[in-house]
Write a protein that binds this ligand. Structure first.
Ligand code: GUN
Length: 745
């Protein structure tokens, strides 16, 4: 959004004709996304809040929303316009934008909500859609059937089926107008699934999640989270999701983290009428305030007492502006968090603001399945309670997978410790899953030594003993105990494991037996003798000696290595680092990763850290990254990994498969002939130019770009998974990091 001087904000430019109705994602943080929805009245940046404007009672003028607040879209009710003759006449003759005096995106609802509140509406299914089209709305809504949380399963199913039956005629009546296809299903997970699939099969532009207003009013936020988790993974990924009637800023971080793109708020006006203020942590009463909970621009020169003294219409307007400003500010905070990769952290912080929100958060991040229970020892009492009884929770694993596997890892920057919640952040869970599913120890492993007790990165403190171990006890597998889990020493600098910003006592915690055993089993290292070494304080070598005795290994740690032995051992560690990083970050099997770097040489910086890994014939294969402990592929590395691929090349864009492809190499993305010259030059690969990919393609992960003949054109970082690649028609699919130039046959 460009800046404008107050009062002279220009009207929006319509989108390009060929882009009408398209949605693209420009940034993401897991399932949270910043997007652009292309309409005739401008490109709507998401996540967006659409204030509800009642055409009869305009608490805040739409023109003010546009000019002063830069609000790009609003929602009004077509049924109210249709019912009131004067409104209907003006809308029909001049259009809805003129009626509201608003130049931005206008979405309209259909009267469904009125039928929920008042029982029934008099308008026909086609009629209300045709009416919305005739008054020039940008995004219309079909007449869906509201499903209430107190309805029986049969009643809800009838609402779901009836809504789906109305879809086709509504789509036909809408013609070129973008149409909302609401998903119903009440509190029934299976019916939300069915509704999402039925509605997703029609060419709707947006999918609102319907029937959630009473759920939110009753503050049943766990049910709200369940509805999202039951619905969003099953909707076409390229369509924005609108949370119908959700306008309380308290719910934004969690909703956005779970993939919501649009919100609408009548709350700003309704609460104002009632003398109440919205805040990101709940609701407050004007009557009880001496100071503002948040000082917003519209009350900068006023105290709550001043506002109480205003005439009632002025007071209501001031509070409505206040609520709007607070809501927009929280939305902006969420958007920045998506850019910063901290939306889950924000959701986690906000979850402490309200018990029901906390319950929802705990429900989301808790599972009876093992890998979320990172630290079993102490904090599972409340998490246990947040689980549902019986086997219900197990059914949600697919949805949680959808959240976890979409996380980008490794990332740059420290991981802020936030108590026990830190360990169940989906980003951390994804990093652990990659480690556990892709890394494998050497077959010759005889024993394990676990170093513990210090803050990462660990190389300075451990460099000497690791070199010694590599030479004298090559079959001892060194591991490091980070608060986020056990990691092979070769991955000592990998984010997030090495980058936890936490108090000393978190970093120095003692290894606990049961936890170590489960961690070792996840790494495929069960069954070996294990001993631990506290890295703190003098006498490290002596403690290592004792640990080695305990696992029946050579222990003469005081016998120093010759220069030559040291050099050779250090190179062996560097090779193991390149192998481990290829496994975890590039999905190479140990066999392939080892052969890729067979005979390689290293270019190091002054501290002896590897800058480049070069092949035996001098080609640049990989560059380990200092900032996140990752490893970038260079062209020769990409070629080597493609050459060792054993799977056939993909021929279509399949459904996403998160599991079961460990060791198959980086995902391949096949682009069409039009894109080939651009990718070769190192330009990004765009949606719409991609023909096929592997099912394990994942946002943030390196991938290989080929043409249909399997010739490598370049490599890059995927921005999406396979399901997203199949549906999106606009935006970047792969950010290209290296292209092969003109020829590469
Ligand atoms: N407004 C709030 N909830 C709903 C819903 O379920 N359907 C429609 N059409 N509008 C709504």
């Amino acid at each position: 959004m460009t800046a404008w001087k107050e009062g002279v904000r220009p009207d929006p430019a319509p989108c390009r004709e060929q882009d009408l109705g398209r949605f693209e994602v420009t940034q993401r943080d897991g399932q949270a996304r910043l997007g652009r929805l292309h309409t005739k009245h401008g490109v709507l940046e998401t996540p967006a809040l659409l204030p509800v404007v009642n055409p009869n009672i305009r608490t805040v003028e739409p023109r003010v929303m546009w000019d002063k607040y830069g609000i790009q879209a609003l929602i009004t009710n077509s049924y109210i316009i249709w019912k009131h003759e004067d409104l209907r006449n003006q809308a029909t003759s001049e259009g809805v934008h003129a009626l509201l005096d608003y130049p931005g995106v206008v979405m309209t609802d259909s009267g469904t909500f009125q039928s929920y509140v008042y029982g029934d509406v008099e308008v026909g299914v086609d009629e209300i859609v045709r009416f919305q089209r005739s008054i020039g709305v940008d995004i219309a809504t079909m007449l869906d059937v509201f499903s209430r949380p107190d309805m029986s399963e049969e009643e809800v199913e009838a609402a779901v089926r009836e809504t789906a039956e109305r879809a086709e005629q509504s789509i036909l009546a809408a013609e070129e107008t973008m149409l909302n296809g609401p998903v119903q299903g009440g509190l029934f997970r299976n019916l939300r699934h069915i509704s999402a699939q039925l509605m997703g099969a029609y060419p709707f532009a947006v999918h609102p999640i319907g029937g959630i207003v009473p759920v939110m009013e009753q503050q049943r936020y766990k049910e709200y989270a369940k509805i999202m988790m039951a619905t969003l993974p099953l909707l076409p990924a390229n369509r924005p999701v609108h949370m119908f009637g959700c306008g309380h800023p308290m719910l934004f971080p969690m909703s956005i983290a779970l993939g919501a793109d649009l919100f609408d708020s009548a709350a700003y006006a309704l609460f104002a009428r009632d003398g109440r203020l919205l805040t990101p942590w709940g609701t407050e009463r004007l009557a009880e305030l001496v100071d503002w909970p948040l000082l917003m621009p519209c009350v900068a020169a006023l105290t709550p007492a001043d506002v109480r003294a205003l005439p009632s219409d002025k007071r209501e307007e001031t509070l409505a502006l206040y609520n709007l400003e607070v809501t927009l500010a929280e939305l902006a905070r969420c958007k920045q968090a998506v850019r910063d990769g901290t939306i889950w952290q924000l959701a986690e912080q906000r979850s402490h603001q309200h018990p029901a929100l906390r319950e929802a958060f705990l429900w989301l991040t808790t599972s009876p399945s093992s890998d979320r229970n990172l630290r079993p020892e102490k904090f599972y009492t409340d998490r246990d309670a947040a689980r549902d009884t019986g086997s219900d929770q197990g059914m949600w694993e697919d949805a949680w997978d959808w959240v976890v596997w979409s996380q980008q890892t490794p990332r740059t920057g420290g991981v802020q410790w936030g108590g026990d919640d830190t360990f169940v952040r989906p980003q951390i869970v994804k990093a652990r899953r990659l480690l556990h599913t892709r890394w494998g120890g050497r077959e010759a492993t005889e024993a394990i030594v676990v170093f513990h007790g210090i803050r990462g990165p660990y190389r300075e403190r451990l460099g000497e003993v690791l070199t010694w171990l590599a030479h004298r006890c090559p079959n001892v597998q060194p591991l490091i105990l980070s608060p986020l889990g056990l990691v092979p020493a070769a991955l000592e600098d990998l984010n997030p494991f090495a980058h936890l910003d936490a108090p000393q006592w978190v970093l120095r915690h003692e290894p606990e037996k049961a936890w170590m055993a489960s961690e070792l089993s996840r790494l495929g290292l069960s069954g070996h003798p294990v001993s631990t070494v506290d890295v703190n304080g003098p006498g490290l070598k002596q403690r290592l000696a004792e640990a080695l005795v305990a696992v029946s290994q050579e222990s003469d740690v005081h016998q120093n290595l010759t220069h030559e032995q040291e050099r050779e051992a250090r190179d062996r560690l560097r090779v193991e680092q390149a192998v481990a990083k290829q496994m975890v970050l590039l999905n190479a099997s140990r066999e392939v990763a080892t052969s890729t770097v067979d005979g390689c040489t290293f270019v190091t910086n002054r501290e002896g850290r590897v800058k480049n890994v070069n092949s035996a014939d001098g080609q640049h294969l990989f560059s380990p990254r200092l900032r996140d402990g990752g490893m970038s592929m260079a062209n020769a590395g990409a070629l080597a990994l493609l050459a060792s691929r054993t799977q056939p090349l993909p021929t279509l864009v399949p459904a996403t498969e998160w599991r079961g492809h460990a060791g198959n190499g980086p995902a391949v993305v096949v682009v069409d002939d039009d894109a080939e010259p651009f990718v070769r030059k190192g330009r990004n690969a765009f949606h719409g130019f991609v023909l096929a990919c592997d099912p394990w393609l994942s946002p943030g992960e390196p991938c290989l770009l080929t043409n249909q003949n399997g010739t490598l054109l370049g490599h890059g970082i995927a921005q999406c998974n396979a399901d997203e690649l199949r549906t999106f028609t606009k935006g970047i699919a792969v950010k290209t990091r290296g292209g092969f130039g003109e020829k590469n046959e």
